[in-house]
Ligand binder design. Structure first.
Ligand SMILES: O=P(O)(O)OC[C@H]1O[C@H](OP(=O)(O)OP(=O)(O)O)[C@H](O)[C@@H]1O
Ligand SMILES: O=C(O)c1cc(=O)[nH]c(=O)[nH]1
Length: 233
């Protein structure tokens, strides 16, 4: 934790204090069972939402200022990405009004709407724009691939991805044998789509940051999970 920038430390503290980071047994979208879970849906109070919005805004502004990221619009994949992308957009506008007060956002519906305005996308149109995906967690990368496909279908150009947490896991093995070493979901997405992808926190940051704050047994099980699923890159 000591080497993390202050805004990441603050963010991790609010995730622990707000019980967003949980320990137990959780079935993931990938089918893996994890001893820890980061539930971004639990940033549901004004102060907590402000903490995650600030962390995204700092991270995005930093990478953009460094020339590592450029975009016209922020996109939040349904469902949990929606409030996160919205809050990050507001926070960027507050942090640097000269650069971000006209920043746009949009999000998708999981199921297309067949009445009223119809369609799959809510918010600013994506056509011809460079789109930054803001989402909660990357595990196997499936949700990000789905978001990329939706954005491209709308004529948007995916410009990057920022997540709150990179679980640093290897891609699920095609033959189902997860005991073999394998590359990370994040690394493969980066290569395959030639995209900048950033995470505010990684599993390594979390394991370092929870020491002394959560039970020894939870830390041990999380370390064992990391050992089992950690990617080679
Ligand atoms: O990297 P992956 O293995 O794809 O998994 C991680 C994603 O899975 C969950 O989203 P989900 O699609 O369940 O939608 P939700 O936002 O409605 O919870 C979670 O919110 C992450 O975004
Ligand atoms: O992989 C997932 O499904 C997942 C992991 C996690 O820590 N948090 C979450 O919302 N989903």
């Amino acid at each position: 934790m000591s080497n993390l920038p202050q805004y990441k430390k603050d963010f991790l503290k609010s995730a622990i204090d707000g019980n967003i980071l949980k320990f137990g047994s959780f079935l993931l979208k990938s089918g893996r069972t994890s001893p820890y879970f980061f539930n971004a849906g639990d940033f549901y109070r004004a102060d907590l939402l402000n903490s995650i919005a600030t962390a995204y805004a700092q991270n995005i502004a930093e990478h953009r200022s460094a020339g590592a990221l450029d975009f016209d619009i922020i996109f939040g994949p349904a469902y949990k990405g929606i409030p996160l992308a919205t809050a990050a957009t507001i926070r960027l506008g507050q942090l640097d009004p000269a650069r971000y007060s006209s920043l746009e956002y949009s999000f998708d519906r999981k199921e297309a709407k067949d009445h009223g305005e119809g369609g799959n996308i809510v918010g600013a149109p994506l056509k011809g724009k460079r789109v930054l995906i803001v989402d909660d967690v990357i595990t196997a990368g499936t949700a990000k691939r789905e978001a990329i496909a939706k954005i491209e279908k709308e004529g948007g150009i995916v410009a990057g991805i920022v997540v709150a947490l990179d679980r640093m896991e290897k891609l699920p093995a095609k033959d189902g044998d997860d005991s073999k070493p394998g590359p990370s979901a994040l690394g493969e997405l980066k290569k395959e789509y030639n995209l900048p992808i950033f995470a505010i926190l990684t599993l390594d940051d979390i394991i370092e940051g929870i020491k002394g704050l959560v039970g020894e047994e939870d830390i041990k099980r999380t370390e064992e999970y990391r050992e089992k699923y950690k990617a080679t890159d």
